[in-house]
Design a protein around this ligand. Sequence first.
Ligand code: CFM
Ligand code: HCA
Length: 531
Amino acid sequence: MKKVIDKVLEKYPAKAFKNRKEHIVVKTGENEKPIIQANVRTIPGIITNRGCCYAGCKGVVMGPIKDMLHIVHGPIGCAYYAWGTRRNKAKLEEGGQNFIEYCFSTDMQESDIVFGGVNKLKQAIKEAVEIFHPKAIGIYATCPVGLIGDDINAVAQEARKEYGIDVLAFSCEGYKGVSQSAGHHIANNIILENVIGKGTKEHKKYSIGILGEYNIGGDAWEIERVLNKIGYNVVATLSGDATYESIENAHSADINLVQCHRSINYIAEMIETKYGTPWIKANFIGVTGMVETLRNLAKCFDDPYLYEKTEEVIKEELDEIQGEIDYYKEKLKGKTACLFVGGSRAHHYQILLKDLGVKSILAGYEFGHRDDYEGREVIPTIKKDADSKNIPEITVTMDKDKYRIIIPEDKYEILKQQVPLGDYTGMIKDMEEGSIVVDDLNHHETEMFIKLLNPDMFFSGIKDKYVVQKMGVLSKQLHSYDYTGPYAGFRGALVFAREVAAGVYTPAWRYVTPPWKKEPMLEGTLVGGDK
Ligand code: CFM
Ligand code: HCA
């Protein structure tokens, strides 16, 4: 594997070589816990797959809140970028509102950039209130807004007074921070300070919160179906198919399940500090992940009814899918995969692939931090990056009225030995020896690694899907699920298995000539030959 990496880095100029070398590691016997460089800016000139701060704030964390009206303050392209493509689905609830299919923007023009866009923003809010009567409004600043200095906070404050609804301003200009993860931070801070804790709904038995689950392709619905069947009451999902009111009540959960650690780990921590709600790392992707998560959750409540019901539901769900899953496993056994996605799926989907007998030989995140790769224990050793000054830090203290002791300290310590309470061990730990880990993989490296590793499948996003596919390798989007889904939970695992098997065995590959048949094979290529 070392040779493969040398080959990939070979033609980089010295500065790029030094930089990229630190972002690529191999897990070996001697290097069980490699240190990887992460969450630093991409070198200009390199074609990265990363998104921006605005994408992380508006597109990822806030966008899925369905009855909030999200106004993108900026030129229309930014609004269009975050319009529907992420496939965060939402259903209208009885008596509720759902703006998920809409795209609201101030559509700034050159004259607004020169003379300021504040008046246009005020007008947009006025129209939004008059036409749609939303529960709450979010204003999202894109790059030019920060550059010209429109004061969106002042506009939001004035609008709150004038219309008597929550109007939240997010200074999430695309250039802030390294990538999407800066935007997650900005959104989460504002949600914690202004929304969570305001609700007054009565606490119900077996209440849980799901954090970092965005209902892509209907994942949250599938997860909730199973959790409800066991008897849990999901008070809030942040933020897939969420209502503003459910988020106001998120503090009433007894346990929070953290699915996407990257986008939400600090909010889970802050909810615990402020309201006493403990959190565990969850993984609803893959049968093994789902079963383990359900059992861990039952242990947190330590209630005989839940233990029993959990096993009953697991059995029922497995009975439903096992036969078909085994069929696809037979088809996929021994295949190899590369994964390159955002900040958590490159890990979660390895668990599902393993269930199907597929080996993950390379994986990486676009913008994961070192703890997403190496585990939470490295957080105190991570140097603050130069960009973090762009993102306001907030300090949270205990809310004396709403704080609850849910798991007493002595029990907490015992439980911590059994379940990932307040902990996440990172992606590398679950990878096999000899596998390659690459942070912020770029297009040059994608092509080189494909030529050298010749994987059977490559999981990433729209920016490289067709490049990979034209190389004769099945490419599936783990962001949008190639317009299908859900992939989460038991039934989702089956949908995924069916699609991957169909992709691998499609006769279409006979019509594509892979590069190693057109060009001489690169020296160091591991496996060649037919697909
Ligand atoms: Fe979390 Fe996400 Fe992801 Fe993410 Fe994203 Fe996404 Fe993703 Mo695309 S919140 S880090 S910023 S799991 S939008 S739903 S698919 S890159 S791996
Ligand atoms: C984003 C959203 C994205 C992009 C997906 C892709 C998503 O980062 O702005 O590149 O295919 O999941 O929709 O991550």
